[in-house]
Design a binder for this molecule. Structure first.
Ligand SMILES: C[S@@+](CC[C@H](N)C(=O)[O-])C[C@H]1O[C@@H](n2cnc3c(N)ncnc32)[C@H](O)[C@@H]1O
Length: 460
């Protein structure tokens, strides 16, 4: 907080700069307000909206749009409280776009290195693009009043520590973790960028050298293929990215293929595969394996195809429902196949990756969790029937909620006497829970995302 305020003061004292790219920057702010409106009022995700709007922006404006949209979602309750201090009558209905523009303006003033008065001008001008010219005066007045009174407004808003998360989720965390505040704090940070080095092409050390030659610094980790970049960059700047030398993948997610231990010539199902981050990892470790990459969302499977092509790998990409394996196995003429290994990276609440997708906090509802756990249970049951005796099923989620993780697997074990739990090579389960059946990663500031793994073998 202190840093933000002193930075703010320093910015105020700088001479105002007129930016040469005024018109394009203006459109980024208007587009950001439109995107935020669709997240908050229509329940759409940033990852579905941003690829669609980015075509209407100049390439150089994309980082600004992303910073604003992700940033606003990260700190939304704080910005909302500031607006409450400054606007007498809530901006509802058709004027919600103006409310979202105020969120954009306040985010810029508080969190971005933009000269404050220039930022205000840009946001005020965006009212025109948004056909809300009549609110020009209001936006100008609110943002300038904030600049004048920010010390007292922030003293009021920041009187108590704010989780910046929905209450239902905080309550669930409190119930599950004595150190729940660590998870909240990690979720409120910007995530590090992790790379997975393609073991078929380079060692981690040799790729790290290639990065260094391009002026990109990276750290190694316990995971044999992982590198953490000192600061995030675009994939175009990564040496040999288009030749498949590396994949952008979080550290915790990189454990999936390693724990699955895929072998050449085996039949392997990646059951919820899109966009294919783990499918390609499986094939890096076992290039001759017979891999089926299944997903229920046809449009998401395009990304699997693209990733396979970039890495020059082959898999059977199948659109189908993991709860109905007989249907799609028959459709592809593989009814007789029983799998040696199954990766079930299950559809989940994604509460372990909030720092990467802060909109999850506002999109996810408590009632979703019950539906998701029911779906996970159905998929587990259906796929278990397709596993060979002695076969391995790795269950994974990017959730931190016990009902999707340890509780789910405990129930599964109690209902399947032919399921045997295998140990995982990690020490110190979260909460030091000796009765834990799987391993729960929680998000770490310079580490991986929140992730869960449990490894099961089918008794013969
Ligand atoms: C966590 S994401 C998978 C991420 C992927 N494994 C990766 O590493 O790139 C979960 C996926 O499950 C898919 N999904 C949801 N319900 C499904 C179902 N009934 N059958 C198959 N896939 C499903 C979603 O479309 C989504 O792509």
């Amino acid at each position: 907080m202190k840093n933000e305020r002193s930075q703010q003061k320093a910015e105020k004292n700088k001479p105002m700069k007129k930016t040469a790219k005024k018109s394009t920057a203006l459109s980024s702010r208007a587009v950001a307000a439109q995107v935020i409106l669709q997240v908050l009022d229509e329940g759409k995700s940033l990852s579905s909206l941003i690829p669609d709007v980015q075509v209407s922006l100049k390439t150089q404006d994309l980082p600004l749009l992303q910073e604003i949209c992700f940033g606003v979602c990260r700190v939304l309750p704080r910005l909302e409280q500031i607006i409450q201090c400054l606007v007498d009558k809530p901006l509802k209905g058709k004027t919600r776009i103006v409310h979202c523009l105020l969120l954009v303006g306040l985010y810029q003033l508080l969190y971005m290195r933009v000269p404050p008065h220039a930022a205000v001008d840009e946001v005020v001008n965006a009212t025109k693009t948004l056909k809300s010219d009549s609110f020009r005066g209001l936006v100008n007045g609110v943002l300038r009043r904030f600049l004048r009174e920010q010390e007292s407004i922030l003293a009021q808003v920041d009187k108590y520590w704010q989780t910046l998360h929905p209450e239902w989720f905080v309550n669930k965390l409190k119930k599950a973790y004595p150190n729940w505040r660590d998870i909240i704090n990690a979720n409120n940070q910007k995530p590090p960028m992790w790379l997975r080095v393609n073991a078929q092409q380079n060692s981690v050390e040799s790729y790290r050298t290639l990065l260094a030659e391009s002026g990109i610094l990276a750290e190694t980790d316990l995971h044999p293929q992982a590198l953490r970049l000192a600061s995030p960059t675009t994939v175009q700047k990564l040496p040999y990215f288009s030749e498949g030398a590396v994949t952008v993948q979080d550290l915790s997610a990189q454990w999936a293929a390693a724990l699955l231990e895929p072998q050449n010539d085996e039949w392997i199902l990646d059951a919820c595969a899109a966009p294919g981050g783990k499918t390609t990892h499986i094939l890096e470790l076992a290039p001759q394996a017979n891999v089926i990459a299944l997903d229920v969302e046809a449009h998401r499977l395009k990304r699997v195809e693209e990733n396979l092509a970039r890495l020059n790998q082959q898999a059977m990409v199948v659109c189908g429902d993991a709860t109905q394996p007989d249907e799609w196995l028959a459709e592809i003429g593989k009814s007789a196949v029983q799998f040696d290994r199954i990766l079930l990276d299950a559809p989940c609440s994604a509460t372990g990756v909030i720092r990467r997708h802060p909109d999850i906090k506002w999109l996810r509802q408590e009632t979703d969790i019950t539906q998701l756990t029911a779906l996970q249970k159905n998929i587990l049951k259906a796929l278990w029937a397709k596993l060979k005796p002695n076969g391995i099923l790795l269950y994974a989620t990017c959730s931190v909620l016990p009902e999707e993780n340890d509780e789910q697997i405990r129930t599964f074990l109690s209902e399947h006497s032919d399921a045997e739990l295998l140990p995982l090579p990690f020490e110190g389960n979260v909460n030091d829970d000796k009765s834990a059946v799987g391993f729960q990663f929680i998000p770490q500031e310079n580490g991986g995302d929140g992730f869960y793994y449990a490894k099961l073998r089918k008794r013969s």
